[in-house]
Design a binder for this molecule. Structure first.
Ligand SMILES: Nc1nc2c(ncn2[C@@H]2O[C@H](COP(=O)(O)OP(=O)(O)OP(=O)(O)O)[C@@H](O)[C@H]2O)c(=O)[nH]1
Ligand SMILES: [Mg+2]
Length: 331
């Protein structure tokens, strides 16, 4: 059944291990800690009650991990509550408190993308700044949806660069899905309109529409996206059914600013965070969860089609902070 196609919460075996490995955090080596490794430097907490100096130190390492000021304060509040009136029993105790505090913030955002049985085609509009990973994410998502038995089509709504159209065509060929294109310079709204009609005529389940990268502060480019949305609604008042922003985790707090501005302009319904393997510290997802009530759908940890999975709050918090099994491993 296509209905719960992308909602599987069980990740592929090995993905969690890879996420942990690529985030490269949670090791018991405070001396080598870069300050970005949340689970790294917790042993100094053991046997102590939380005091202001400890809180300050914790806050510093949260900020270094791209968590942001508001989310760091929220985490500290939660830690204080959990540890109030007692001392920290062990590194695992410290980790559990931190992990649980982070999971609580992420959990409300971990709502997977569900492709319902209707309407058809289900239009997913991919947006974001230049180079964030939109086209790659379309390729990864096309593969995932195909594997679930859905009929997928791609729309080359990035008409700025000839190379962008070709890049999407490569992903189309790789996944054996049709790609609707027009010439470079065409109106992206027209491309997506035509693709929507073609998808409808061909009984396509999911239409994935690429768009050109754009900076969130360029008003005319945001208006162009608003036009795409408006035109899509002429064919189906409920379209686009998902407006997904693709964010590069390595941009830190800037990724949060991008999400806020795109959301204000076109109303986001989903987030995919890429490049958690490439400099992205992961804490940015906590900042995002704190500041924006938009579901985080997927996380990307590489350039290949398989390097993406459904966002899971518990898994992600464990990968950030480390878990009991992991601390046993690293001894
Ligand atoms: N390491 C890593 N690289 C990624 C990830 N996602 C995308 N990339 C790479 O980032 C670069 C840009 O990806 P694109 O998919 O072309 O980004 P885009 O948002 O479509 O870019 P524009 O169309 O220019 O706005 C490519 O080299 C991708 O292979 C990821 O999760 N991890
Ligand atoms: Mg692109």
């Amino acid at each position: 059944m296509p209905s719960d196609s992308t909602s599987g919460t069980t990740s592929r075996p090995g993905f969690f291990a890879r996420l942990k490995d690529r985030l490269n955090i949670g090791k018991d080596s405070p001396a080598q800690s870069t300050g970005s490794k949340l689970g790294g430097a917790l042993d100094w907490l053991v046997g102590r009650k939380l005091d202001d100096a400890m809180i300050e130190e914790l806050e510093t390492s949260l900020l270094a991990a791209d968590v942001g000021v508001d989310a760091a304060e929220d985490i500290i509040r939660r830690i204080r509550k959990k540890a109030s009136g007692r001392s920290i029993a062990s590194v695992e105790d410290a980790r559990a408190i931190l992990r649980e505090s982070i999971r609580e913030i992420l959990e409300p955002r971990a709502r997977p993308l569900v492709i319902p049985d209707a309407p058809r085609p289900f239009l997913i509009l991919m947006v974001g700044v230049n180079g964030s990973g939109k086209t790659t994410t379309i390729g990864k998502l096309a593969r995932r949806l195909r594997e679930q038995g859905l009929k997928v089509m791609l729309a080359a709504g990035d008409t700025y660069r000839a190379a962008a159209i070709e890049q999407l065509q490569v992903w189309g060929e790789r996944n054996d899905v049709p790609v609707i294109t027009q010439q470079t310079g065409a109106d992206p709204a027209a491309v997506i309109y035509d693709a929507f009609e073609a998808a409808r005529a061909r009984g396509i389940d999911v239409l994935l529409a690429d768009t050109a990268g754009r900076l969130q502060n360029k008003a005319h480019l945001m208006q162009e996206l608003q036009k795409v949305v408006r035109i899509a609604r002429r064919l189906d008042p409920t379209a686009p059914h998902e407006i997904m922003i693709v964010l590069d985790a390595s941009l830190g707090q800037n990724a949060v600013a991008q999400a806020l501005q795109f959301h204000a302009a076109i109303g986001l319904t989903g987030i995919t965070m890429t490049k958690l393997d490439a400099g992205g510290k992961g804490g940015v997802l906590i900042a995002l969860a704190e500041q924006l009530d938009v579901p985080v759908r997927f996380i990307g940890v590489g350039e290949q089609a398989a390097d993406m999975d459904v966002f899971n709050a518990g898994e992600f918090a464990a990968a950030l902070v480390g878990s009991a099994a992991q601390s046993a491993e690293s001894r």
